[in-house]
Write a protein that binds this ligand. Structure first.
Ligand SMILES: Nc1ncnc2c1ncn2[C@@H]1O[C@H](COP(=O)(O)OP(=O)(O)OP(=O)(O)O)[C@@H](O)[C@H]1O
Ligand SMILES: [Mg+2]
Length: 212
């Protein structure tokens, strides 16, 4: 699979021959220098962008062949994403942010289920607070709770402990593995942390557009 970006200054080859195979329940760490294409790879896996050539199959289905509706359905039902910049809704409370994926699906007990997951990430007493008054680590945990609430088959996490102090980072990592292992969730995470990468079943390094 390859990915190029066309820019006014010419085209940039970000990924040039990435071959990644993950079985369900696997955890895979993607490491690599800044700008090596890690976030690009995650957005392709999420179906948020399409590869320039090659294909991405999830559970035997080629993402490029799905309609917009099918892709949206795939993302909302099977995928949890923790973005590098969290992308929380600033106007919603922590609880509302976490329940949002279920609200969009019209799930009746969305708020009750969100409260349970919020409790699991240690933020029960922050439920009514908006992201603006939460710390970076707290926002990160809200983002993780939101990604996990649909009990996704696949969790994509972009530097899930990146902006945290070592102790909070370790707690967040613990939580991520505990929740995904318990549910048999496949985990693909981008990290600069050797200890986090070491906990995954596999660690792949992105160098010059290729995984090794
Ligand atoms: N939409 C885009 N248009 C043009 N270039 C892009 C686009 N998105 C990413 N790039 C370029 O692709 C390269 C890879 O970016 P990407 O965000 O995937 O890196 P990364 O490995 O996640 O880096 P970091 O560790 O800093 O988050 C960079 O050189 C970036 O400038
Ligand atoms: Mg990135």
């Amino acid at each position: 699979m390859t990915k190029q970006f066309e820019t006014p200054a010419g085209s940039i080859d970000v990924l040039c021959g990435v071959d990644l195979d993950a079985a369900s329940g696997d955890s895979v760490a993607i490491v690599g220098a800044s700008g090596s294409g890690k976030s690009t790879l995650l957005s392709l896996l999420a179906g948020l962008d399409l590869p320039t050539s090659g294909s991405i199959e999830v559970a035997g289905r080629d993402l490029a062949r799905m309609s917009e509706g099918e892709l949206a359905r795939y993302r909302s039902a099977q995928l949890g994403i923790v973005f590098q910049q969290f992308h929380l809704m600033s106007g919603l409370t922590a609880l509302e942010n976490v329940s949002l994926p279920l609200d969009l699906e019209g799930v009746a007990d969305a708020e009750e289920r969100a409260a349970v997951v919020l409790e699991q990430v240690g933020l029960r007493d922050r439920a009514t607070h908006r992201p603006g008054v939460l710390s970076g680590g707290e926002c990160q945990r809200v983002a993780i709770a939101r990604a996990l609430i649909v009990e996704p088959a696949v969790l994509l996490a972009d530097e899930p402990s990146g902006s945290l102090d070592p102790r909070t980072g370790a707690k967040v990592e613990e939580l991520l593995f505990e929740l995904t292992e318990r549910r048999g969730t496949s985990l693909v995470l981008v990290t600069h942390s050797d200890s986090l990468a070491g906990r995954c079943d596999r660690c792949l390094q992105l160098v010059d557009g290729r995984l090794r």
